[in-house]
Design a protein around this ligand. Structure first.
Ligand code: AMP
Ligand code: MG
Length: 476
């Protein structure tokens, strides 16, 4: 079996100032952790070839396959609200693009592949913990039906990475519909490079929004995609943790699994990231932050929206102001389904808010409280508030869906299992002692989050007090 990837690169056709051609830096002694077979097949890549010694050399950055055109993308962004005029792929290298078996264009990127011109003070590397974390959580998001970058493979490098202490190095192969961010637009806008903004808009429309006719249409589509995405995060208790504009994906995929986490006990002020000291990116603030990020995109696009600056501002403002309604509608859709409701009735938002209010007061487990709503055949692990139960039962009786349809909808909308922090930490801990079995078990359970086998029931349990994870780290 010879190893080949049918590359079809488009980002590399953009002008030079969009990137720097950079090859991955070879590593000492590559070792395969895993190849995502189902995803490889979706990409028309032979999973066996990818896992072969030849494939491993490519996944580790020791060999550049034919047709690849490795490059590091440049971008800018606001990090925690502070403008950084130049960021970029500091440790990620885009190998190239492939068309998947549905004809969709996908980027293949090696994360942790060595220094690039954008590495700033960093070493261009990643270590095993964050690589496994991203693999687990991004694949779990996909199984939950939430748009996300994916993980095609994880390998070890045989080298040591220095952080607070020494760690084994690793590389993740990330797959995404593109790696274009709000910050990519900001980079060129800050340089008043309208030509580049136009070229980038052309590429984004071609790749993500073919129905869009101009920059304003594209902006509207990005706003709609982000509204849906954040509503979906809220529906599973997901906290992104670093919603900077350089981590805001132009097609509305979840990207950058640094300090992200799923909540156990519900409270809207929940924050995990060790660097988010003011709670800027707390669970309940995510919709506000999304609209702030989208306003930055709108600002960057002004020169393309109208030659008259006032008119451009007016149009862009109108678009951004649509976000709250779009988000609210998407959020209600997500939570109505979680309550088994198929029709929309005035007062639904109050019913949902009332539930979240008592959950917050009781710090009820987010995942299990919702899952228990459909627990006619499963043992209940959380308790439900009685007055609220009453309201909900009355509302259900008014829904046009019959009770069995409501049950079915709830089963598909309330996962039984999510990648709980304490589980992820245990998996990483074991892998650091060369035991990858817990990692494989966890990714296998998370592949079917709505359908937990009884043998795997302990994966639905919240952490015991001594297991609770209070903080997550960027892990760079
Ligand atoms: P992040 O917080 O992961 O979004 O990263 C912010 C910026 O820092 C991005 O431009 C990254 O590419 C860069 N970066 C993060 N970690 C490293 C590293 N170990 N070496 C070089 N650049 C890095
Ligand atoms: Mg990032």
């Amino acid at each position: 079996m010879t190893f080949s990837i049918p590359f079809d690169n488009s980002y590399a056709t953009l002008p030079d100032r969009f990137y720097t051609r950079t090859a991955p830096t070879p590593v000492a002694n590559p070792g395969l952790i895993t190849v995502n077979e189902a995803l490889a097949r979706d990409l028309d890549i032979d999973p066996q070839a990818l896992a072969s010694p030849e494939g491993l050399q490519v996944l580790a950055g020791n060999a550049v396959p034919q047709g690849a055109d490795p490059l590091a993308q440049v971008y800018a962004g606001q990090q925690f609200g502070n403008w950084v005029p130049q960021l970029g792929d500091g440790r990620a290298i885009l190998l190239g693009e492939v068309l998947d078996n549905k004809g969709k264009r996908r980027d293949l990127q090696l994360k942790g592949a060595g220094l690039t011109p954008y590495s700033r003070g960093g070493d261009g590397r990643a270590w095993l913990g964050p690589v496994l974390r991203e693999y687990i959580v991004s694949e779990a998001m996909h199984a939950l039906g939430i748009p996300t970058t994916r993980a095609l493979a994880a390998v070890t490098t045989g080298e040591t990475v220095v952080r607070e202490t020494l760690h084994p190095g690793a590389i993740l192969t990330r797959v995404a519909s593109s790696h274009i961010r709000v910050g990519t637009f900001q980079y060129f806008a800050a340089r008043a490079d309208t030509e580049a903004l136009q070229a980038l808009t052309g590429q984004v429309i071609a790749r993500h929004y073919p129905e869009a006719e101009h920059a304003l249409d594209m902006l509207d589509s990005v706003i709609a995609a982000q509204a849906r995405l954040v509503a979906q995060w809220m529906g599973v208790g997901f906290i992104h943790g670093v919603m900077n504009t350089d981590n805001t994906h132009i097609a509305g995929e979840t990207i950058d699994y640094g300090p992200c986490a799923f909540m156990d006990g519900y409270h809207p002020d929940t924050v995990f990231s060790s660097i988010d000291r003011n709670g800027r990116y707390a669970y309940g603030r995510q919709p506000q932050i999304a609209v702030w990020n989208l306003a930055q995109l709108a600002t960057a696009l002004l020169p393309l929206i109208d030659d008259d600056q006032d008119r451009a501002v007016q149009k862009a403002t109108m678009s951004v102001h649509r976000f709250p309604d779009l988000y609210r509608a998407a959020w209600q859709d997500v939570f109505r389904a979680k309550l088994g409701l198929q029709s929309a009735v005035p007062g639904d938002a109050d019913l949902i808010e009332a539930m979240l209010a008592w959950m917050a007061a009781e710090k009820a487990d987010f995942t299990n409280t919702f899952r228990d709503l459909c627990a006619d055949r499963e043992p209940r692990v959380a308790t439900c508030h009685e007055d609220w139960q009453d309201l909900w039962q009355r509302r259900r009786a008014r829904d046009f869906a019959a009770p069995d349809r409501q049950q079915a909808l709830m089963r598909l909308s309330n996962p039984a299992v999510i990648p709980r922090n304490h589980r992820v930490e245990k998996v990483i801990h074991a892998a650091l002692s060369d035991d990858c079995a817990p990692f494989f078990r966890l990714i296998s359970v998370l592949r079917n989050p709505f359908d937990l086998a009884s043998a795997d029931a302990d994966f639905a349990l919240p952490p015991r007090p001594q297991e609770v994870v209070h903080q997550t780290f960027c892990g760079t």
